[in-house]
Write a protein that binds this ligand. Structure first.
Ligand SMILES: C[S@@+](CC[C@H](N)C(=O)[O-])C[C@H]1O[C@@H](n2cnc3c(N)ncnc32)[C@H](O)[C@@H]1O
Length: 223
């Protein structure tokens, strides 16, 4: 059930459960998403990184388990290509893939060296390097905008993009900046509101519709 719908430019934002909403939306060129990893990073007393000014939200209770296999089946059925962050947490629910993406976070300490995205690409593994320090502070697991812009370069023919686990809308902001049609689904209303606000601001910025960067030339890493 869609509890709310907001249209902002070429972005359609839907408040609801992706398991109910996504199968009814038809087919997209690309699903670029970041589902819950099931590791308890769901707001409330956020165990934040030092120096990060996270806006503390009421505990959302969305990161205690990973989504069911049917959620990934719906993603595969509703999109031609997929990039799914946290893929190593869902490897039992996704087919084998060669084309993983790796985000090296340069964090050190107790944090993981990086994060992995499962993709449907039959291509070499690619790496992106950026320290998340100073990234947005609207969502406890907010992805850097540069990372999502980089992901879009790996699906250069995609014109329509869906993110069924939208969070604070980073994928939507990236699509707005690249002039792509975006559909986002989020179940938790405070995050939905933040996504609306960020995408509205993105459309108001003067760097809109800057030319799409070509796919970066990086050395293939062997798996
Ligand atoms: C890892 S976060 C995404 C963060 C996002 N990449 C960002 O940059 O803000 C996952 C989001 O999925 C939402 N979520 C979890 N289960 C959902 C479901 N069944 N339907 C829709 N949204 C869901 C959570 O509320 C959470 O905001």
């Amino acid at each position: 059930m869609i509890r709310r719908e907001e249209i902002i430019g070429d972005c359609r934002l839907l408040l609801g459960d992706m398991c109910e909403v996504l199968p009814a939306l038809g087919k997209f060129d690309l699903c670029l998403t970041d589902p819950p990893y099931g590791i308890g990073e769901d707001g409330g007393r956020f165990r934040g990184r030092k120096g990060q000014n996270i806006r503390v939200l009421p505990k959302g209770n969305w990161d205690q388990t990973t989504p069911p296999a049917s959620a990934f089946d719906a993603i595969l059925a509703s999109s031609a290509e997929q990039i799914i962050w946290g893929g190593n947490y869902f490897s039992d629910k996704l087919p084998p893939s060669k084309g993983w993406l790796y985000w090296q976070k340069l964090m050190g300490g107790d944090f993981a060296d990086g994060e992995l995205a499962w993709t449907s690409r039959d291509r070499a593994l690619r790496e992106f390097t950026k320290c998340p320090k100073g990234q947005g502070a609207e969502h406890p697991t907010q992805k850097p905008l540069e990372l999502m812009l980089w992901c879009l370069t790996h699906a250069p023919s995609a014109k329509t993009v869906v993110d069924p686990f939208m969070g604070s809308g980073t994928t939507g902001v990236a699509c707005a900046k690249r002039g792509l049609a975006f559909t986002g689904i989020e179940r938790h209303e405070p995050y939905f509101d933040i996504a609306c606000e960020r995408i509205r601001k993105a459309y108001a910025q003067p760097d809109m519709f800057i030319e799409r960067a070509p796919e970066p030339k990086q050395e293939a890493l062997s798996l």
